[in-house]
Design a protein around this ligand. Structure first.
Ligand code: DAH
Length: 329
């Protein structure tokens, strides 16, 4: 390229050879000048054409060289991008929410750091109830290193969100409160210091236990299949009266009895009951006018039933070999 421009200058530049010939024309005898002038001009035009042609060639060669350099091999395999997926707990939580949303329940979330009132007192948990025992609940020290009794805690159940909803909304109330809860437990395959719950609450005039049973049966069939049966066993929770625990027929053995259901054919999935009038009153709802039901279910428990995860610790270890198994879900 440089050579080309140098050559062009050498012949056609201001002090180039052809330009010099034209300048020296005056020195030639007068009669020869027209012929010589014509010849030199022809030479100049010819040279200009030659250079123009060459310039095109040079430019093209340059362009081709650049293309060669920048060539893209579209047959090369591309870089693989890892696509994330929902955590199994999130996936099941969403599925639970979807079922209840279809029934008109609205999602409401509350804080994980709670106070004694929302987590216990408002829910009719007496001062001496074992649920308040330091072994079950993580209390938060007000001053670092000073272990004074505290009423700030990590919520031990999502029932604390019930309190918040009842204090803030007028009936009819129909909410679903998903979230993480904390308990001071030794970590093992069957217990963890945090897990997830979904709380349901329905308050209106004339709500009965039959409504609760109907909704829970619908949920069980949607979640585990149309063959699923439910069983309600009388139980005790301070915030409900009457209270029950609900089992579903073990879908691993079809109810015949296996190691998963410990030979009973049933597995427990939730606690429920009619909201205790004391709870309604402490949240400013007239218990003579309104009744309601509530339930609380464990998301890990339902996930275990669905996916047969035997060790609870797997849910929080973030081992991709475990998580990848849920990619298609
Ligand atoms: N809060 C209870 C627990 O964590 C579960 C529960 C039971 C919630 C009965 C409720 C209920 O709303 O009515 O064990």
């Amino acid at each position: 390229n440089k050579l080309f421009y140098e050559a062009q200058k050498e012949f056609l530049g201001k002090s180039g050879k052809i330009t010099a010939l034209l300048r020296e024309l005056g020195k030639a005898p007068k009669e020869d000048r027209p012929t010589l002038g014509k010849l030199i001009n022809e030479l100049k035009v010819w040279a200009e054409n030659q250079f123009a042609l060459k310039e095109k060639e040079v430019n093209q060669a340059e362009l081709l060289a650049r293309y060669e350099n920048e060539k893209l091999d579209i047959t090369m395999p591309s870089e693989t991008k890892e696509v994330g997926s929902l955590h199994p707990i999130t996936h099941i939580k969403n599925e639970i929410i979807g079922i209840f949303e279809g029934l008109g329940f609205e999602v409401f979330e509350g804080p994980e750091i709670e106070d004694d009132f929302h987590n216990f007192s408002a829910l009719n948990v007496p001062k001496d109830h074992p649920a308040r025992d330091m072994q079950d609940t993580f209390f938060i020290e007000k001053e670092i290193g000073v272990q004074k009794p505290s009423d700030i805690l990590l919520r031990s159940h999502t029932s604390s969100v019930q309190t918040r909803v009842m204090l803030n909304q007028e009936p009819p109330i129909r909410v679903l409160c998903p979230g993480r809860v904390y308990r001071n437990e030794a970590i093992s395959a069957r217990a963890h210091c945090f897990f997830h719950q979904v709380e349901g609450l329905y308050i209106d005039k004339n709500v009965s236990f039959a409504d609760l049973k109907e909704v829970l049966l619908y949920f069980a069939k949607e979640m585990f299949g149309p063959e699923t049966q439910i069983r309600l066993r009388p139980s005790y929770f301070p915030f409900t009266e009457p209270s029950a625990e609900m089992d579903i027929s073990c879908d691993l053995c079809g109810g015949k009895g296996c190691s998963f259901c410990k030979g009973t054919g049933w597995v427990e999935i939730l606690g429920c009951g009619m909201v205790d009038p004391n709870v309604l009153e402490s949240c400013g709802i007239n218990s003579k006018v309104y009744t309601g039901y509530a339930f609380g279910l464990g998301v890990e428990r339902i996930t275990n039933l669905k996916y047969r995860v035997k060790d609870l610790r797997l849910f929080s270890e973030n081992d991709v070999r475990f998580l990848q198994q849920f990619e298609g879900c």
